[in-house]
Design a protein around this ligand. Structure first.
Ligand SMILES: [Fe+2]
Length: 222
């Protein structure tokens, strides 16, 4: 994970910088994930949010692009942050994997996670994901565990297949996700630029509380 501070970067320079970090060949669409709104997403609190990402709620742990195309890394540029709350949380799944017992590892390898959500923001559908996967670049073992999203605003259903005590195992992993041994919470200041690996780390967000002005630009590097 890389964190730096910049006074001001305009969208054009941010896009150019993010694209320069891609290992992919080709044009901008090969280097940065594009959505309906293009490669740069403006994220901020909306009073009429249809999706919890734009509400003041907590955002549970997940990885980006699960329902579409998985970027290698994520770039966040903070344009406003003021008050308590809204820290972005990151959890290192390589370290969580290393912390499991042999018996737990055997169990984890049998599990398939099924995620389902309605398309209300820029993503949606149903996916089947092996819990244990390999990082495509480093080859290290990672865990693809996104938390069930229980919200009235665009919930994400989760079904755990492959073992009889899947729910219990899911709770054990969730406990680890939030353990200080594996998790860090980044408190934002305007100008923070943060880049994180979207395979090794899962990310989420603490409730915004008084930090309703918290705003970002987010790019996804392929
Ligand atoms: Fe995300």
């Amino acid at each position: 994970m890389f964190i730096s501070k910049y006074k001001y970067i305009d969208d054009e320079n941010l896009i150019e910088y993010a694209a320069s970090l891609s290992q992919k060949e080709g044009d901008l669409r090969d280097k940065l994930l594009h959505w309906d709104f293009g490669p740069l997403m403006n994220m901020s609190y909306l009073t009429n949010a249809a999706n919890y990402l734009f509400s003041a709620e907590k955002v549970p742990f997940h990885w980006d692009g699960a329902f579409y195309k998985e970027p290698a890394s994520l770039l966040f540029y903070c344009t406003e942050s003021n008050g308590e709350g809204g820290e972005t949380i990151f959890s290192n799944t390589e370290k969580i994997w290393d912390s499991l017992t042999t018996e737990q590892k055997v169990k984890a390898e049998k599990i398939t996670m099924i995620y389902r959500t309605e398309k209300k923001a820029h993503y949606g559908g149903e996916i089947r994901v092996p819990l244990v996967q390999k990082h495509p670049v480093s080859g290290k073992t990672i865990l693809r565990i996104a938390e069930r999203v229980e919200t009235s605003l665009n919930p994400v259903e989760l079904i755990i297949e492959g073992v009889s005590d899947g729910e219990e195992f899911y709770e054990l992993l969730r406990e680890k996700l939030y353990s200080p041994e594996f998790m860090i919470a980044h408190k934002w200041e305007r100008g923070d630029l943060l880049i994180c690996d979207n395979f090794t780390y899962l990310h989420g967000r603490n409730p915004l509380q008084s930090n309703l002005k918290r705003s970002f630009k987010r790019l996804q590097i392929l």
